[in-house]
Unconditional design. Structure first.
Length: 277
């Protein structure tokens, strides 16, 4: 089954997101747990959650990916910001425990001049504090483009974080196609080689989701500028190869392209036409 969807607004709740996803031909979706710039989250409406769970079972919404706010920096130089990141993630995970099969994706953060190893240590410390044994929600480290002092643009950096976390069975990876292309991984001309490297360093069993985006910039630019599917430097042929690759095709794909709902609906239709069942 081709699992494809896009990022949706969570302003009207879970049921509304599932209904919108179904309307545009999606069978999964992503959303921000709170304002993408940070702040408090809306109170969890358990009645809405119950209606959502019933609706998704009836209408085949198979995967749900929650995205942490961009302002969450687990490896900030400021201890108050690190505490803020920890508390935000703990609260988000607590809420997501009410959603069946939920995954929680976050950007590892930026070490802002402290050094990569210090950044990795802070991120793993936060995860050690937040994760708990009974947890059902899978937490995903996102592959990054390497802009500024971002942590996570190399597979080895993500592996180092994972290895330092005690309950690392709760961790996985979300691979962003734009990010890894911008980071220098040539998924256009050597997708097999990139996946082999991922498997050797992290392990494909850790790969749980894909952010499917084209890139406005060239290979290795470290820019992180998403483009619409087929309109960037990755291109439609490479995107088609990604969604049909035997090691990737069963994973859930989530679009984060610069689109409105109508644009997402068109991209989902296009991608479905390219998927080889």
């Amino acid at each position: 089954m081709f699992k494809i969807g896009c990022h949706l607004s969570s302003s009207k709740g879970y049921l509304a997101m599932a209904q919108e996803a179904f309307k545009i031909g999606a069978n999964d979706f992503q959303f921000f747990t709170r304002n993408p710039r940070g702040g408090t989250a809306k109170p969890l409406d358990l009645e809405d959650v119950a209606k959502f769970e019933a609706y998704r079972k009836e209408n085949g919404i198979v995967s749900v990916l929650a995205h942490a706010p961009y302002t969450m920096n687990a490896c900030s130089k400021d201890p108050h910001l690190r505490d803020f990141a920890r508390d935000m993630m703990a609260d988000d995970i607590s809420r997501l425990e009410n959603i069946e099969g939920a995954m929680y994706n976050f950007h590892p953060g930026s070490h802002v001049g402290q050094g990569l190893e210090t950044g990795i240590e802070y991120i793993s410390q936060m995860l050690d504090t937040v994760l708990f044994k009974e947890q059902k929600t899978v937490v995903l480290l996102e592959t990054m483009a390497g802009k500024g002092s971002e942590v996570g643009s190399r597979f080895s950096e993500l592996r180092e974080i994972i290895d330092k976390v005690s309950l690392n069975e709760k961790l996985g990876v979300c691979l962003d196609t734009c990010h890894i292309f911008d980071a220098g991984y040539d998924i256009v001309n050597d997708l097999d080689g990139v996946l082999e490297e991922f498997d050797e360093i992290i392990g494909l069993k850790r790969l749980k989701a894909i952010h499917l985006n084209d890139s406005m910039n060239y290979l290795g630019c470290h820019k992180d500028r998403h483009a619409k599917i087929g309109e960037g430097a990755i291109g439609l042929d490479a995107i088609s190869e990604i969604i049909n690759h035997p090691k990737l095709r069963e994973l859930p794909f989530f679009l984060e392209t610069p689109n409105d709902i109508a644009g997402y609906e068109k991209e989902i239709s296009l991608l479905k036409s390219l998927y080889k069942s």
